[in-house]
Design a protein around this ligand. Structure first.
Ligand code: GLU
Length: 476
């Protein structure tokens, strides 16, 4: 979404990059090499639907190939355009570097409103788009690995992997050509929830750093914090659901296409999501007061604002009125460069997109590794781990009985301790570790220098430094 009087999305990402690069010691040639988008492929293809041929326009942009494969989702939305795809591809480069997933950055998009087509038509369109990209190695386990994004999910990824396998029948690693697949088609448990789960882990880590929390004028933990969520799609739903049911946060506002819901006592996210599935929107949902101009809720007083839908929603028109002291960017690019400046001057603490929403690509990385190793995580170790735990419990119980010590294990302990980790537990553990480690590298870049004044700059510096190191080691 281009905001009037503001730079485009891609220019906005470049401005943020430039601000960070100005604080670094990169040669001008290398700086330029990292910033620019390597290539964008545009395809126009026809599909015969309802008796006539309809033409669609799609893109796959490769921002940086310092590591391969390159990685990034495919978006289905009517607003998709080259500038947006290139901005999103650049963000993927920085995101992957920041969370140390061994990929370059890429992104794809198809100009389409998926609500205009039925399932069979969507399958024809998706397969045809995939065919065009596969033919050019823009979908390939070793070169370019897409994933879901806005308007796409497991269903589309299942069609894409099947299309790839039909066209590459002898590729034993075919399942790794795309991530975010359903588990019955080579997916991994925990991928669908991953971006929302990553938001939760990022906020938990933030609240483990009281000095950072103080910068925002907050204190304590997530418990009782008032949160407004803009967008209740896959990312917003999971983030809000986990934060409210597992961390004690109170969701006071939810913003959707057809308006917002407001309830200072807390909104039950599952109930809203069920309502939306049945009624197509939030209007009429008894969980809160309906506000027709939903975007206004972003300006309400709360502790944390989570923009979880699309780019540019916090811009020059509303930035001044945003009251939340903390904004965590669950979407890619929800704050324009201009709004970012206004918010920074006001002292708003922004947990930037390239870190905050990296949970998705992190678990995509686990899925890709799983596909290449052809074995589910935990399959070899789980029972062995349980056996060793059982040994310890048996020994403790024997000691207690032999010596008449009368020890009893606390209720539920035995069951929890004995349970070996399955795939979902391992995925969550890997994601948690990744989000903590990335936060710590941002935090040290932020606090080790006086000229790094905000988390976004710190995150960019860490990411750009890693991409630069990779280019340098190649002799570029
Ligand atoms: N589309 C997601 C993103 O913007 C996920 C990308 C991926 O898993 O490759 O990060």
């Amino acid at each position: 979404m281009a905001v009037k009087g503001e730079p485009s999305f891609r220019q906005s990402v470049d401005l943020m990059f430039n601000r960070a690069a100005a604080l670094m010691d990169l040669s001008p040639g290398l700086e330029e090499k990292i910033r620019v988008c390597n290539s964008t492929y545009t395809v126009r293809f026809g599909v015969r639907l309802r008796g006539k041929i309809q033409t669609f326009t799609g893109y796959r942009s490769v921002h940086s190939e310092h590591m391969e494969p390159v990685k990034g989702g495919i978006r289905f939305a009517p607003s998709v355009n080259q500038d947006e795809v290139e901005a999103l591809a650049a963000l993927m480069t920085y995101k992957c570097a920041l969370v140390e997933t061994p990929f370059g950055g890429s992104k794809g998009g198809l100009c389409i409103d998926p609500r205009d087509y039925d399932e069979h038509e969507m399958e024809l369109i998706t397969r045809r788009f995939a065919y065009e990209l596969i033919k050019r190695d823009l979908i390939n386990p070793a070169q370019n690995v897409p994933a879901p994004d806005m308007g796409t999910g497991e269903r589309e990824m299942a069609w894409i992997v099947d299309q790839y396998k039909r066209m590459n029948t002898t590729d034993i690693n075919g399942a790794a050509c795309v991530t975010g697949k359903p588990t019955n088609a080579g997916g991994i448990q925990g991928r669908t929830e991953a971006t929302g789960r990553g938001i939760q882990f990022a906020l938990r880590e933030f609240f483990r750093h009281p000095d950072d929390v103080k910068v925002a004028g907050l204190f304590g933990s997530l418990d009782g914090k008032r949160i407004v969520v803009q967008g209740l799609g896959n990312v917003g739903y999971h983030a809000a659901h986990f934060l409210s049911t597992e961390d004690g946060a109170v969701i006071t506002g939810v913003i959707e296409r057809d308006g917002g819901l407001w309830n200072p006592n807390g909104i039950n996210i599952q109930a809203v999501s069920d309502w939306m599935r049945a009624h197509g929107g939030v209007a009429g949902c008894p969980e809160g007061k309906h506000v027709a101009d939903g975007a206004k809720l972003m300006e309400e007083a709360c502790d944390i604002l989570i923009p979880a839908a699309m780019e540019g929603v916090i811009n020059l028109t509303n930035a001044k009125r945003i009251k939340a002291p903390v904004i965590i960017e669950a979407a890619n690019g929800p704050i324009t460069a201009g709004a970012d400046e206004i918010l920074r001057k006001k002292g708003t603490l922004i947990i930037p997109d390239l870190y905050a929403n990296a949970g998705g690509v992190t678990v995509s990385y686990f899925e890709w590794v799983k596909n290449l190793s052809h074995i589910r995580f935990g399959r070899m170790q789980r029972r062995q781990e349980e056996g060793r735990h059982q040994l310890l419990i048996d020994e403790l119980e024997r000691l207690s009985a032999d010596k008449g010590l009368g020890w009893t294990l606390s209720p539920g302990f035995k069951e929890r301790y004995l349970r070996g980790a399955g795939e979902l537990e391992l995925v969550r553990s890997g994601l948690d570790d990744t989000m903590r480690a990335a936060y710590q590298s941002i935090s040290s870049a932020w606090h080790s220098r006086n000229d790094v004044t905000d988390m976004r700059m710190a995150a960019y510096i860490v990411a750009i430094e890693r991409v630069a190191a990779s280019y340098r080691s190649k002799g570029l």
